[in-house]
Design a protein around this ligand. Sequence first.
Ligand SMILES: NC(=O)c1ccc[n+]([C@@H]2O[C@H](COP(=O)([O-])OP(=O)(O)OC[C@H]3O[C@@H](n4cnc5c(N)ncnc54)[C@H](O)[C@@H]3O)[C@@H](O)[C@H]2O)c1
Length: 363
Amino acid sequence: MGSEWLKMLSASSIAAPVGVVDLDLDLANRTVASLGLEGAVVGSSVADVARRSGARAVINVTVPQAHGVVNEEAMRAGFPVLCEKPLAPTIAEALRQVAIADLTGELLMVSQSRRYFPHLAVFREAVGRLGRLAAVSADFFHEDHEPGFRERMAHPLLVDMSVHHFDQLRYVAGDEPVSVRCTSWNPPWSWFDGDAAATADFELASGARFAYAGSRCTPGLQTSFNAEWRVYGENGAASWDGEQTVGLDADGTLPEAQDAPEGIAGSLAEFVGALRSGTTPQNEVRANVLSLAMVEGAIRSRDLGGERVVLADLIEQSLAQAIAAERSDDVGELLRSWTSAAVGITTPAWGSTHAPTASGGAR
Ligand SMILES: NC(=O)c1ccc[n+]([C@@H]2O[C@H](COP(=O)([O-])OP(=O)(O)OC[C@H]3O[C@@H](n4cnc5c(N)ncnc54)[C@H](O)[C@@H]3O)[C@@H](O)[C@H]2O)c1
């Protein structure tokens, strides 16, 4: 995925890659050479490479377990960070990253790149015509062969893939999840070590339900990577095939899909726009915690045999875990100062406290 980011950045008119960091320096050097980035600084320390290359920001495309340590090093060195999903392996680690963003005053945004598709924006408009919602469903059935960390994970569907769909639900429905019941399993023919299939039923704040079903080892009838969606409301229904077909069975017509940056280019555009304007981007670290909580809540429910898990309770328990595990005085002090995790993730986000600079840049 690092190569995908580098290719996109090389062609971008709003950013350019000036350094590449990897623990595997041979891989970093080969990647730089193969992409023709001869001037790029290469190294294994993000703060060192960022300083030597004159970088203005860091894009973190490491494995999820390394997101926290790399984000912390970058933010403590004074760099804003755009971090690949999932933000962290646990909510407790995500809350720690909220604290570090608070302490350093740097922007930490999570790249939930599947929010950036022109037809998803049209689908959101369609859902907006339905009035109060009753139910949303999303089905994801794929045959994914991706040797590497995914095939060794305990929850390759929920942690690595469903986080996109859960985050898309929040974007599309404009509603927030309250609780979840989930079951997950691994079909007998699966080439994944962990559970490659799951169903989850979320209750939303409005009272509507989100029914999710997915599998990464389905050798037939593949859906889009974006899943297939249906929404039912008081004025009618809407659908999206995850690609370019949006349906609306209700009054009104739909707007044309706009020409806008897609996927990771969309994430980059929002990140750079936020740095230039001082506004708070979607999926600024605080907002992203709830998308992550949908994943962890689903796994907790599965471990409890399908019991209902209330996400707000899970987030508060995670704050207690984060405080107990903390080894840095400044982070521990800040986490303990929050009267609740809910307060911590509603503290003024980056953007509400940053004015754009005269040069149009963030720093
Ligand atoms: N948005 C998407 O559609 C999408 C698609 C694929 C992957 N991803 C995300 O991108 C990230 C990377 O996935 P991938 O498939 O490229 O993984 P990968 O294992 O192929 O590559 C990760 C790289 O990070 C390096 N690394 C690990 N720890 C490091 C550290 N502490 N410092 C520096 N480098 C370190 C590894 O050496 C490796 O080269 C994951 O978070 C994944 O979920 C997102």
